[in-house]
Write a protein that binds this ligand. Structure first.
Ligand SMILES: Nc1ncnc2c1ncn2[C@@H]1O[C@H](COP(=O)(O)OP(=O)(O)OP(=O)(O)O)[C@@H](O)[C@H]1O
Ligand SMILES: [Mg+2]
Length: 312
């Protein structure tokens, strides 16, 4: 497997705070690698160290098999970066903004025109070419920010939380665009604290917490780390304690919680649980409203590994 990035024993300290603590990982050619972690887990710091924008206390970073350093201009020419904070020119239109950033890399006018239009199409800004940033909604502005970072068709792209504060439709649009970049051959590092996004687009995921790698794998591999295989949720009013005790003793039940009018039953194995619970409720003549079953999410895995939720 070709490693496009190799991070070895990276540590970054801000005074007393270990923002990154002995971090090692690789990014493979052609994949979307997700860095998933809560606020402050070190996602942006990791990206900024890889880009040589921050110096670090310990460790080494290779990109395209070469040591990355502030003067590695040959490497930098092949990178695309979309920062967490939106950075576009207020004075320029959508088209002119993308033209500016693309022009830093692509000098040929006709080629650049083609690249700009490809980027505009990728993020779905065709109708807004002449708009200035102030006239764009939050979601459209995010899309412009992305287009500016990727228009020059870089081999390796970093996207730091590109969908924060974006409505669901814009988000899907952005995620589709990012998959297209991967399908066209780019390697992508994508940071987020939304586990749903990671499940939709990432080929592999690194779960970060307090600057450390908690777990690495595909989303399916990570979910296998959870000690539960299924969660069943039931809406029931005034369920008596004796029934809760009986449900705890049903086959393969891991844990039972009853809060408000919501009964949550988690199972160690993921087979026939919903039907068996419905049978039990019927036998005991217990009335319920909604009942549904879910697979464990990455949040469940995070919860087990750290004892806290992925989201604040
Ligand atoms: N310039 C700085 N000076 C001091 N501490 C910093 C600085 N930048 C980041 N930190 C701290 O380093 C830790 C990691 O921050 P970082 O921004 O990398 O997290 P993040 O995972 O990107 O979070 P978010 O999801 O909020 O973007 C945090 O505890 C943060 O407060
Ligand atoms: Mg960040």
């Amino acid at each position: 497997m070709d490693n496009i990035i190799e991070v070895r024993n990276l540590s970054k300290q801000y005074k007393e705070l270990k923002a990154i603590d002995d971090l090692s990982f690789e990014v493979h050619k052609g994949e979307i690698l997700g860095l998933l972690g809560p606020n402050g887990s070190g996602k942006s710091t990791t990206i900024n160290c890889i880009l040589s924008l921050l110096n670090f206390s310990k460790g080494s970073i290779k990109i395209f098999n070469k040591e990355m350093k502030p003067t590695a201009y040959d490497i930098k020419a092949k990178l695309g970066v979309v920062f967490q904070d939106i950075s576009v020119f207020e004075e320029l239109t959508v088209y002119e903004n993308i033209d500016y950033f693309c022009g830093l890399y692509i000098k040929d006018k006709n080629k650049r025109k083609q690249y700009i239009n490809d980027a505009i199409e990728l993020v779905g800004l065709e109708e807004f070419k002449k708009f200035r940033p102030k006239q764009l909604s939050g979601g459209l502005l995010r899309r412009l920010n992305i287009a500016c970072g990727i228009a020059h068709k870089p081999e390796l792209i970093f996207l730091d939380e590109p969908t924060v504060a974006v409505d669901p439709q814009s988000r899907n649009n952005i995620l589709d665009g990012i998959k297209k970049l991967r399908d066209n051959g780019a390697t992508i590092v994508y940071t987020t604290h939304y586990m749903e996004e990671v499940e939709i687009i990432c080929d592999r995921v690194i779960i970060l917490d307090k600057g450390k790698v908690l777990a690495t794998g595909t989303t399916d591999e990570l979910k296998e780390l959870a000690s539960i295989e299924e969660k069943v949720t039931v809406e029931i009013n005034n369920l008596e304690e004796k029934y809760i005790e009986q449900i705890r003793k049903l086959e393969d039940v891991h844990e039972v919680k009853y809060n408000g009018n919501i009964l949550l039953v988690t199972y160690k194995k993921g087979k026939n649980n919903l039907l068996e619970l419905m049978d039990y409720l019927k036998r005991e003549n217990i009335k319920y409203n909604k009942i549904y079953s879910e697979r464990p999410t990455l949040n469940d895995v995070f919860l087990e590994l750290t004892g806290k939720e992925l989201r604040d």
